[in-house]
Design a protein around this ligand. Structure first.
Ligand code: FES
Ligand code: FES
Length: 179
């Protein structure tokens, strides 16, 4: 008989409580229980990165994290990028720069790119490439994805200057984290 636990998790700012099977993965919980199907499932063993979400601000492979491990956490999925129906600058840039073709890798790419720009608002192309190295894309050849992330970074810097927000320079760099 399968075991169940009650969990409480905040996803994209909305609190949820649910009874979940202890063996259920976070990706399945997001898709099946919360209908947040933006998070894709590809390899199901932590390699492709399409299932990437942020958990407490850090990217994880939601195909490797159990839903019960997210108990008490704040999760951000690709659906959390847009605000009030307005696409995030990363989403706009991916569309404009053709940073996607089939789109299967795109949710994970966007979430990981969001994390990268949170970490370093003034990235170089090389830094972006390194940061996205563990997110696999079979279509684009990556060049347009890198260009899109750089374009979004520029746009975000422009908007923070326009809004009078202080600019905080990058303090660290790292490669993708795996759960
Ligand atoms: S589905 Fe490929 S890393 Fe999770
Ligand atoms: S756009 Fe098809 S896998 Fe990346």
């Amino acid at each position: 008989m399968s075991e169940h636990r009650r969990i409480a998790v905040v996803v994209n700012g909305t609190p949820y409580e649910a009874e979940v099977e202890t063996r259920k993965y976070l990706a399945e919980f997001l898709r099946e229980d919360l209908s947040l199907v933006g998070t894709h499932i590809g390899c199901e063993h932590g390699v492709c990165g399409t299932c990437t979400v942020l958990m407490n601000g850090v990217s994880v492979r939601s195909c490797l994290v159990l839903a019960v491990q997210a108990n008490g956490a704040e999760v951000m999925t690709v659906e959390g990028l847009a605000t009030d129906g307005q696409m995030h600058p990363l989403q706009e840039a991916f569309r404009e720069k053709q940073g996607l073709q089939c789109g299967y890798c795109t949710p994970g790419m966007l979430v990981r790119a969001y994390e990268l720009l949170e970490e370093n608002p003034e990235p170089t192309a090389e830094w972006v490439r390194e940061g996205l190295a563990n997110n696999l894309c079979r279509c684009t050849g990556y060049q347009y994805i890198v260009e899109a992330v750089l374009a979004a970074a520029e746009r975000l810097r422009g908007s923070s200057v326009a809004e009078g927000q202080p600019f905080e320079p990058a303090t660290s760099s790292r490669t993708n984290q795996e759960a």
